[in-house]
Design a binder for this molecule. Structure first.
Ligand code: F6P
Length: 367
């Protein structure tokens, strides 16, 4: 039987467990054996009982569990060729020649490098006497498929990453809770949300909660933004009778390269210019934890199933695919195209070419 490994890498995201469950069960359904690799690439490098066969019932109920139950780690040794050599040896010894990796763009890029190097790694293992030619013979091709697991929704080529809607839901719930205090005391709140370089969580949560003002990296404040923000907030409070003020700030909007804002500078402006009793709330890792929402449960399930199909159908020449969703269709997209497009958008944002970044984002992956 073919053996398919699955691992989660990078920051945990709700829905990763659903993805692992789907990969395990689809592998078994397809008459393969499923192996969980614990602690991300670290498990692959270290081997031992960090690589374990998983059965149908082992993943029961995993769709609703938060975090990643097979662990995740930022593995430095896998970034070195020596670490990837050990990983290749561990895989061959267990007869695993197919991997599904669920993680962000960095983790998936590592998978692409590993696949490209695979024949060379095997040859080196044989040359060094670590493995025999007979041992490596059946495993000449490594099939890898990526799943994008990240709360940030920061990968080009897919409408949603596994975890982003759970995180968005948690942010909205938290902002609603803060509303109660803001309303009761007629206060202002500056709420900082995650997202790394991407403003998706901040933008969507601001729309969903009816926030008064928003800062995202894709659209840094223009000259005079302080006056504009204060005038909108004053209008909302004085003319429209709003008792509470909410400003949402994406963590990436505070990037010093882009502009000089921070949650505290915004808070000081509201306090000093408007005399508004204002607090700063950093939502932090509550945004990443907790059970997956329904969207992430079905997305991770459908994508996990598709990942196994892709692993079994891949030809040795085909590029590593990442499983995406576009216009509600689960698709396979060349991984490095998606990673490159993501890098291009981020580079344009850092170069302050915001129109270019938007065009890039819209232009990519049009059928
Ligand atoms: O990528 C997910 C994410 O939560 C980002 O939104 C955030 O910038 C980062 O990870 C935080 O990483 P860590 O948990 O390592 O502090």
């Amino acid at each position: 039987k073919r053996r398919i490994g699955v691992l989660t890498s990078g920051g945990d995201a709700p829905g990763m467990n659903g993805a692992v469950r789907a990969v395990v069960r689809m592998a078994i359904h397809s008459d393969c054996e499923a192996y969980a690799i614990f602690e991300g690439y670290e498990g692959l490098v270290n081997g031992g009982n960090m690589i374990r066969q998983v059965h149908w019932e082992d993943v029961r109920g995993w769709q609703s569990r938060g975090g990643t139950l097979i662990g995740s780690a930022r593995c430095m040794s896998f970034r070195e060729r020596a670490g990837r050599l050990r990983a290749a040896k561990n895989m061959v010894l267990r007869g695993i020649d197919a991997l599904v990796v669920c993680g962000g763009d960095g983790s998936l890029t590592g998978a692409d490098v590993f696949r490209a190097e695979w024949p060379g790694l095997l040859a080196e293992l044989v040359a060094e006497g670590e493995l025999s030619q007979e041992q490596v013979e059946p495993y000449q091709v490594l099939n890898i498929v990526g799943l994008v697991g990240s709360i940030d929704n920061d990968m080009s080529g897919t409408d949603a990453t596994i975890g982003c809607y759970s995180s968005l839901t948690r942010i909205c719930d938290a902002v609603d809770d803060v509303f109660d205090t803001a309303f009761s005391h007629q206060r202002g709140f500056v709420i900082e949300v995650m997202g790394r370089h991407c403003g998706w969580l901040a933008l969507m949560s601001a729309i969903s909660t009816g926030a008064d003002w928003l800062f995202i990296p894709e659209m840094p404040p223009k000259d005079g933004w302080e006056d504009e923000m204060c005038s909108v907030i004053t209008k909302n409070r004085k003319e429209r009778g709003k008792r509470r003020t909410i400003v949402i700030v994406a963590e990436g909007a505070q990037d010093r390269q882009l502009n000089k804002i921070s949650s505290n500078t915004i808070k000081d402006i509201l306090t000093q210019r408007l005399g508004l009793d204002t607090r700063t709330t950093v939502l932090g890792h509550t945004q990443r934890g907790g059970a997956a929402c329904a969207y992430d449960r079905w997305l991770s399930t459908l994508q996990g199933v598709e990942a196994v199909r892709a692993v079994l159908e891949m030809s040795p020449q085909s590029p590593v695919p990442v499983i995406t969703i576009r216009e509600n269709k689960i698709m396979r997209t060349p991984l490095m195209d998606a990673v490159q497009a993501t890098k291009d958008v981020t580079a344009k944002i850092h170069a302050k070419d915001f129109d270019g970044a938007m065009k890039e984002r819209d232009a990519e992956f049009k059928e």
